[in-house]
Design a binder for this molecule. Structure first.
Ligand code: ADP
Length: 630
């Protein structure tokens, strides 16, 4: 044998995980069987795939199966598969470390609540280690298809493992679990059969249960259906089977919110089974989100590819499931798939079906809200990414709004349209970092007064969404801080002589010198100064032209390292505000001081960071002091 026995340490994280697993996952431990069977099935899938280009890997043995054998003498359970197996290096990489970026996050998320933590385990893909929930010693022997030598791995789950070479005739992996005393009920065939049926009926390869204690002809029996779930007619599959299959393909522990299973038969023939998860999978969380899709590609029932992102647009990357094509060739590669007419056409159909599924889900607002909270921020990217379906996607968006009571409540654009006031010409929105910051904005004063609803957008992506979504069903979307407002006359008797735009911009005689003076003082910072019609309480606010970038977008771009200079907004002063009225009696210098103060205030309320906050504070205190003396 070429390499001697060696003892290695687990990564610190693995050890920590094992401890947790052993001590806290007691109530749900039967899932170890599902995890190991699931790995075995993946290994056979991989073998079949690799053998497409190298038939020798079968080594003349095309019997693809999983076996579970009871060894009552040793109080052990043996799981065998005729899959791809592992090389020494693969064993060390896959079983001794947790290469997944999620491990640390997983450990941080552990709650101490058994059920919750057991559920998390699945999400974080630590399947193999679940063996230690029932075993105090695990021996794994494996030989990679085509390799001469096998590998033996052994551990007690206590921080170290040994690796050694071993002679092994059979290709694939064998895992022997020496059961803990309190887990010996897994030596009962009936118990095992129940668990396998519950969790693994959908596995496409036969699973045999071997019980040497039985009579000869009963000794080895197949316990699952062994036909790929998606190939079976919908009517014959019950919800539980669908849910269990989801847990297998998605490697998840949550329940799917909903799913679609359809056979497409036309120019192209393919089957898709797509699930919408309830919770955001780990790989789609946090700053180092991996940009993976959760779709597996099969061709004529043979597994071809994980993360087959070409079958759905990016904004649907939360979908988990399977596509099985009859048209593609078995030896397609990822590169070929990227630019392929058949794939493009499948993707179109798949996208349509998913959007339709979401439309259906939206009929149940509670369920839809769950979807929206988990995936809304991803789904919104579709507005930017998929202009051809923009309106369809827009109908599925949900927004916080001043029109609904209670945080967390959302509205659709259709809801909004239904509530629009007579004469209202646009769908109004405000963007801010938080809901509370948004609703306190001076820009909303006129909307509140007129009873006009405003959508409140607080996700980072929203800035991009609204810059691409110009209208919904012919109604323009408009930011509350843009241009002149057409709200004044809403809900009021139209005046006999309606004002022309020019008239509206006319500044009454008594204000002229104040406005001129403010304009001169703030020349470097503002484009224009005018009297406001949108403020009822605040003294001032900033508005921008339709084409101008908003303050929040500017800030986000700056944070992303793209330097965008501050624009020159227009300052609007509220002519009915006490402090603003006082300006009429002020000297030029004093007007300048107040103008600066109003300008800075308006910027602060937009969420901007002042260049010199201390100057602002000093000015504020000085002017308050003067007022106090009057
Ligand atoms: P996951 O299956 O989520 O990747 P596991 O801890 O269950 O995590 O397995 C880690 C890796 O070990 C697998 O991705 C696979 O590469 C390898 N592996 C596990 N079981 C087997 C097996 N029976 N045959 C071949 N490889 C396996």
């Amino acid at each position: 044998m070429s390499e001697a026995k060696e003892t290695r340490q687990f990564e610190a994280e693995v050890t920590q995980l094992l401890k947790l697993m052993i001590h806290s996952m007691y109530s749900n431990r039967e899932v170890f069987l599902r995890e190991l069977v699931s790995n075995a099935s993946d290994a056979i899938d991989k073998l079949r795939f690799e053998a497409l280009s190298d038939e020798d890997l079968f080594e003349g043995q095309t019997d693809l199966r999983i076996e579970i054998e009871i060894d009552a003498d040793e109080n052990a359970l043996i799981l065998r598969d005729t899959g791809i197996g592992m090389s020494r290096q693969e064993v060390a990489e896959n079983i001794g470390t947790i290469a997944k970026s999620g491990t640390q996050q997983f450990l941080e998320k552990m709650t101490g609540d058994e059920k919750e933590d057991a559920r998390l385990i699945g999400q974080f893909g630590v399947g193999f280690y679940s063996a230690f929930m029932v075993a105090d010693r695990v021996v794994l022997k494996t030989r990679r298809a085509g390799a001469d030598e096998g590998v033996r791995w052994e551990s007690r789950g206590d921080g170290e493992y040994t690796l050694s070479a071993t002679r092994r005739e059979e290709r694939g992996t064998e895992i022997k679990l020496f059961l803990r005393e309190d887990a010996e009920d897994y030596l009962q065939a009936s118990k095992l059969e129940g668990v396998i049926r519950r969790y693994s009926d959908h596995i496409s390869f036969p699973i045999y249960l071997i019980d040497p204690a039985e009579e000869e002809e009963q000794r080895r029996k197949q316990v699952n259906e062994a036909s790929a779930l998606w190939t079976r007619p919908r009517a014959e599959i019950d919800d539980e089977e669908y849910v269990n299959f989801y847990k297998h393909v998605a490697r998840a522990f949550d329940e799917p919110l909903t799913w679609i299973h359809s056979k497409v038969e036309g120019l192209l023939k393919f089957t898709l089974l797509f699930y919408l998860p309830t919770e955001r999978p780990l790989e789609l969380m946090g700053p180092d989100q991996r940009d993976v899709s959760g779709v597996k590609l099969y061709v004529k029932r043979v597994f071809i590819l994980d993360d087959a992102e070409m079958f759905l647009p990016r904004y649907l990357r939360f979908i988990r499931g399977v596509v099985d094509s009859d048209d593609l060739s078995l030896n397609v590669s990822r590169e070929i798939l990227q630019d392929n007419r058949v794939v493009a056409s499948m993707r179109k159909t798949a996208t349509k079906r998913v959007l339709k599924m979401l439309g259906g889900l939206a009929e149940d607002p509670e369920e839809y809200r769950t979807f929206w909270e988990s995936f809304g921020a991803i789904f919104k990217e579709g507005i930017v990414e998929d202009p051809g379906r923009q309106q369809e996607i827009a109908a599925l968006l949900r927004f916080a709004s001043t029109g609904v009571e209670g945080k967390g409540q959302t509205v659709s654009l259709d809801d909004y349209k239904e509530r629009m006031k007579e004469g209202q010409e646009a769908i109004y929105y405000i963007t801010a970092d938080t809901f509370d910051a948004a609703v306190a904005s001076p820009h909303l004063e006129i909307f509140e007064e007129k009873g006009v609803e405003v959508l409140v957008l607080t996700d980072t992506i929203d800035e991009w969404v609204v810059s691409h979504l110009r209208e919904y069903e012919d109604v323009p979307l408009r930011s509350v801080d843009r241009g002149a407002l057409e709200l004044e006359q809403l809900g009021e008797e139209k005046s006999e002589v309606s004002e022309s735009d020019e008239d509206r911009d006319q500044i009454p005689e008594k204000w002229k010198s104040v406005v001129e003076s403010v304009k001169a003082k703030l020349e470097d910072s503002v484009r224009d100064v005018r009297l406001s019609r949108r403020l009822t309480e605040s003294p001032a606010c900033l508005v921008r032209e339709e084409w101008e970038m908003g303050e929040r977008m500017r800030r986000l771009l700056n944070q992303a390292g793209e330097a965008v200079p501050a624009g020159k907004p227009t300052l609007e002063l509220n002519p009915d505000h006490q402090l603003v009225m006082r300006m009429q009696q002020m000297e030029d210098d004093e007007i300048g001081e107040w103008a600066r103060l109003f300008f800075d205030q308006a910027r602060l309320s937009e969420g901007a960071v002042l260049e010199a906050p201390a100057v602002f504070v000093r000015r504020l205190n000085k002017l308050m002091g003067e007022l106090a003396q009057q």
